[in-house]
Design a protein around this ligand. Sequence first.
Ligand code: AP5
Ligand code: MG
Length: 247
Amino acid sequence: MNLIIFGPPGAGKGTQSNNIINDFDLKQVSTGDLLRSEIKIQTDLGKNIESIINNGEFVPDDVVNTLIRKIISDPKNFNRLIFDGYPRTISQVYSLERLLKEFNQKILIVFNLNVEKDVVSKRVNGRVICTRCFRVFNVYFNPPNSKNHKCEKKYLEKRIDDTLKTILNRYETYVAKTKPILDYYNKKGLLLEIDGNQKISEIYDKIKGILENIRHWHYVCFLYKFPWKNLTSLIYGSYSRYQYSSK
Ligand code: AP5
Ligand code: MG
């Protein structure tokens, strides 16, 4: 099962992806993590994109699409990807469609984590990430401790792009460029709305329930050779649907 998680900066895409990969044996693809790794080890690509990321702008589509091609084409990742932070532009949407078709896969579901702008700033301000295992924590809401984090403390860092100025820019860029593409997935009947203002565990319970349901019915369809498409409106129709607004 391949899925996409949308949401503004600080919505909890990484946090919820961390939870999902453990329970559903999926692989998280965070384009933000991949790009930051390039900056950290100062590859040519990393040097070129550093100022773009620090300003909260988008990295060019072809750069990101090339990274994604490598991942989708790897047989180890066949039909087990969570796209976190990708696609972000309509051109990335079309590139993803082409790649999935080429490698005989599809997106089963798209979540939109809906969060208010003022909530986002506090979350991002308190965020720390582990540069070794890539888990995401928060000094206010979800502090790292011996139960939820096994790596040494020295790996915990703040992100280079988590300044107040950058976060506001990232939020604006999201609203202008990424929000409109939600409509694309909505029209395909794949987009489900999740209230991201709740507690981490409450949000995850909801996501987990939906994914278990979808996995079950997808398997039933596979077993009895019933077209999956015929069931989607029945299954997705019982959840909260996205209401598109250009504001
Ligand atoms: P990226 O790294 O993807 O950043 P983002 O989209 O701005 O999203 P974040 O990672 O900041 O937020 P999140 O939703 O993952 O929240 P998290 O779970 O960490 O991208 C960074 C940059 O890379 C972009 O600006 C762009 O320049 C470039 N880039 C990336 N992808 C690109 C693409 N496809 N095309 C072009 N450029 C691209 O949670 C945030 C904090 O809140 C954490 O501390 C967490 O513990 C806490 N938290 C989470 N949920 C809750 C909750 N429910 N209650 C309380 N606290 C919570
Ligand atoms: Mg993230």
